[in-house]
Design a protein around this ligand. Sequence first.
Ligand code: NDP
Length: 444
Amino acid sequence: MKLLQNVMKQVMIRDPNQPEFHQAVKEVLESLEPVAERNPQWVQAGIFERLVEPDRQIIFSVPWVDDNGMVQVNRGFRVQFNSVIGPYKGGIRFHPSVYLGTIKFLGFEQILKNSLTGLPIGGGKGGSDFDPKGKSDGEIMRFCQNFMRELYRHIGENTDIPAGDIGVGAREIGYLYGMYKKIKNDFTGVLTGKGLTWGGSLVRNEATGYGLCYFMEEAMKSIKGKSFEGTTVVISGSGNVATHAAEKAQQLGGKVVTLSDSSGYIYDDEGIKLDTVKQIKQVDRKRISEYVKYHPNAKYVEGASDIWSVKCDIALPCATQNELDGQAAKELIANGCFAVGEGANMPTTPEAVEVFLGNGVVLAPAKAANAGGVATSGLEMSQNSMRYSWTFEEVDAKLKDIMVSIYRNTSNAAKEYGHENNLVVGANIAGFLKVGNAMYEQGV
Ligand code: NDP
């Protein structure tokens, strides 16, 4: 019998209604079977049971007043998953679909991702079912302030350091940090992604998307002898990760032809003009469909999922979980796609993963490929501790080194455990080994 099957069963019995969490845990436990076989002392010490159970799950009420003077109530979450190698760290997501299972899947992934960065950071995640779309700045501010009014008591620069994620960008981090400081009277690096004049790090904003491309460049070169140069790239999403992945892919010589939001996608055969996208999304805060008003030769297609039918060499899903399924994976391969890099967390379904791996596509899993954001957050924490700031070039060079080293560790672990070029298995094993060892050494 497989050693870790009972761990999975227990997860499903304890938390039956959390399919995304099950999906993330199942993939990791399957990869870790050979690790369990080689380390019976870890099985005996319950390391795997403990890995899948968060240290702490905090759920709180967030009442706030809307622009009509009505009181609205949302639900806030913070899951502190594992802190054996450093303080809990992970983003905050504001999206109406958020429930405990979303935050648990993201927090669980974060443990291994943070370990892969090589920095001393544990795993956690937070969020709310608050929908920022269509809200005024005042409403966003009042919501963030009330969210922090409860969260502040659970976080700290040596305890738990949140950051952004879907729906939480520079504006929200500003309001959250402002409230934390008012309550605590303490100017510390308790959040990352801060503004550059009050403790933020250069490159943090760009880091996840840039890091994804640095990882892909290394993976494609090593496995296929290829690079972004001269390729056509399809990217989903049009938020922080997607726009910066597009920017770096273009700098590396790729032609990015799509971006999307949850309503549909734009296709620009001449290559997406990122200045226009930044104006629409970051300044005007409008929908991606506006793009065709500026560039009438481009096309807007209603419905986000059809994006994977666009012919490309490289696909970078950068929107949300399970956005690319088995059928889409087959379509991409039929159209000649040879590499897929997960900018979003768990964007490919298990069926799609199987299709890609079975057809020799370079598949870069999120916990390795999108770790550049949290790695640069780790660099922001270091700069805050030193009361010092590195230049853009210094942080960018460190980010690049980290992404290359994540690729090497991932690739080596895959090879050592008999799955050469399977970066999914490699990332799970390489991320886990340090955590498992620390858990064992620190006792029960
Ligand atoms: P943003 O909020 O900046 O952007 C999210 C983008 O994804 C928007 O274009 C949004 O469109 C789209 N999107 C969201 N939900 C859906 C959906 N159900 N279907 C289709 N499109 C959707 O978030 P980020 O760019 O920060 O995050 C994107 C992904 O990257 C997430 O999976 C996140 O966890 C991951 N990530 C982010 C990091 C970071 O540093 N920010 C670090 C590591 C991972 P719409 O406006 O219509 O909702």
